[in-house]
Design a protein around this ligand. Structure first.
Ligand code: UDX
Length: 482
């Protein structure tokens, strides 16, 4: 390891999908010999300690440290579904001043026996970090966990307001194509805009936050995205016209695996789960035949109504395919009991349910032949790398955009957004697992190969990450000279 004095502070927005991929970035930077401090919210950190071996995993890197900060919310706040927006407000009020104190000279991030923080990589939906970094005169890079295409759609929101496309009106035709998101005119419908754009009132808090935070990105020294050039070339070209210093370094989970494998023969499993992984599902998968199981998971924040749960359940049982379904604790509203006998019996026969699964391993298992997903960006990338075709049922945020790309542009699966009906679920599961499977195999296989190629030596993501590391090191050296 070529150690230098660069010390990067990584600060994720405190939810599962953001923390887990930023931890992967942290490990990639550690592998290059940088000092890294990872700033977690107290509650996330407690859960990581409880459910993962993250501390012993990172103890291999002498330059790595965890620090914690309050997210400003009471411990019993759900921090999921529509309540996620509360985190934005509490972070601005409670976390921001504390973060500033920690980072200023003499603050706890700068007073240990390590070099002072020389760069910040902050979650791009917390742009207050730019002001703090600028105040102390260190570079700041923003990391967005969403796809480049979704970032670009967010970026174009002011244009969509100007053209009158937003706010969406009650009588709007949701299948109408949009011309305001340059490069996506041929396929992006009103229906496919990020869910926040469905707010009837533009003063809606979530809409305001994502719009304004995205517009501030250009104030940072660069933008880091968990994607790869071959997958999202067109969106990356558009973004670079406004934010030239862009690093596309994903898929991060595959990138980390590849760099670890280049150093060790058998790198340890790397789980960053905030729930306890139920590994019995792996034993169940071992007993199933090749490509026979559809894996169902709606990520870390989706909330289902009881009706939605029942529709999906009937659809899965009636498809008569084997299914492995993650139903997170507290993720279904209403009565969680008294389910129809037909569903319970169908599940005993052909299904397996867990509260949280080791998803990357599940997707890589030979028995898994399809993924019914909410189209979260991490899940989408994980499915691509594992060459598993998808059925997309986007819930919110960026997922509406991702699912359109999967279904219409990349042809890696079927998009069933805005529909939750047992007959449709049954049909689409049968299509994916049988009738129309052949039409997906070639694009899925091709994209998997491109994803894997991007993260090995001389691949685009590999080179982009090297450039980021060089930029971080160079800026530290310049600071040391002056
Ligand atoms: C949300 C957004 O929709 C997403 O696009 C954004 O990038 C982060 O926030 P989330 O609901 O967390 O994401 O979904 P996703 O991005 O797919 O992340 C979920 C992560 O949890 C994945 O890495 C997945 O592997 C993991 N997971 C999920 C498990 O490890 N086990 C499970 O049982 C379910």
């Amino acid at each position: 390891m070529d150690s230098d004095h660069s010390h990067v502070l990584i600060f994720p927005f405190p939810v599962q999908g953001h923390v887990s991929c930023m931890l992967k970035l942290a490990e990639l930077l550690c592998l290059s010999g940088l000092h890294v401090t990872f700033l977690n919210s107290d509650i996330i950190h407690r859960r990581l300690l409880r459910y993962t071996d993250v501390v012993s995993r990172f103890s291999r890197y002498p330059g790595f440290t965890f620090e914690t900060i309050s997210d400003g919310l009471p411990p019993d706040h759900p921090r999921s579904g529509n309540r996620v927006v509360d985190i934005f407000d509490s972070i601005k009020m409670v976390t921001k001043p504390r973060f500033r104190e920690m980072l200023l000279p003499g603050g706890c991030l700068n007073c240990s026996n390590r070099p002072p923080v020389s760069s910040v990589i902050a979650d791009g939906i917390m742009c207050f970090t730019i002001d703090v970094a600028k105040e102390i005169g260190i570079p700041i890079y923003l990391f967005r966990t969403v796809s480049a295409s979704c970032f670009w759609a967010f970026y174009c929101i002011p244009k969509l307001i100007e053209s009158g496309d937003l706010p969406i009106k009650e009588d709007d035709e949701m299948d109408r194509l949009l011309i305001g998101v340059t490069g996506m005119e041929k396929y992006l419908r009103l229906r496919d805009l990020p869910s926040f754009c469905r707010a009837s009132d533009l003063s809606d808090r979530a809409f305001q936050v994502v719009t304004s935070e995205t517009q501030e990105t250009h104030r940072a020294n660069g933008l880091i995205l968990n994607t790869f050039e071959d997958l999202e070339e067109s969106a990356l070209v558009q973004i670079r016209k406004h934010i030239p210093n862009l690093y596309a370094i994903g898929p991060l989970h595959a990138h980390l695996k590849s760099r670890l494998e280049a150093r060790m023969t058998s790198p340890p499993r790397s789980s960053n789960s905030l729930w306890e992984e139920d590994r019995t599902c792996m034993t169940w998968l071992d007993k199933q035949s090749r490509k026979s199981v559809i894996y169902v998971s709606f990520g870390s924040m989706t909330m289902l109504s009881r009706e939605e749960l029942i529709e999906f359940w009937y659809g899965l049982v009636n498809s008569r395919k084997k299914f492995l379904w993650v139903v997170r604790p507290n993720s279904v509203a209403g009565d969680g009991q008294n389910f129809p006998t037909q569903l319970l019996e169908g599940t005993m026969e052909r299904g397996y349910m867990v509260r949280w699964a080791p998803q990357e391993e599940v997707l890589a298992h030979p028995a898994v032949g399809g993924f019914l997903t909410h189209s979260g960006w991490n899940s989408t990338l994980e499915s691509i790398v594992a060459a598993v075709p998808m059925i997309c049922w986007p819930y919110y945020a960026d997922q509406q955009v991702n699912s359109r790309l999967v279904g219409e542009v990349w042809k890696l699966g079927f998009d069933m957004k805005d529909i939750c009906d047992r007959v449709v679920v049954e049909k689409i599961v049968k299509d994916l697992m049988g009738v129309r499977r052949d039409e997906l195999i070639r694009p899925v296989d091709r994209m998997m190969k491109m994803a894997r190629r991007s993260v090995v030596e001389d691949g685009t993501s590999h080179s982009n990450l090297n450039r980021l590391i060089d930029d971080i090191k160079t800026s530290t050296k310049k600071k040391e000279i002056f």
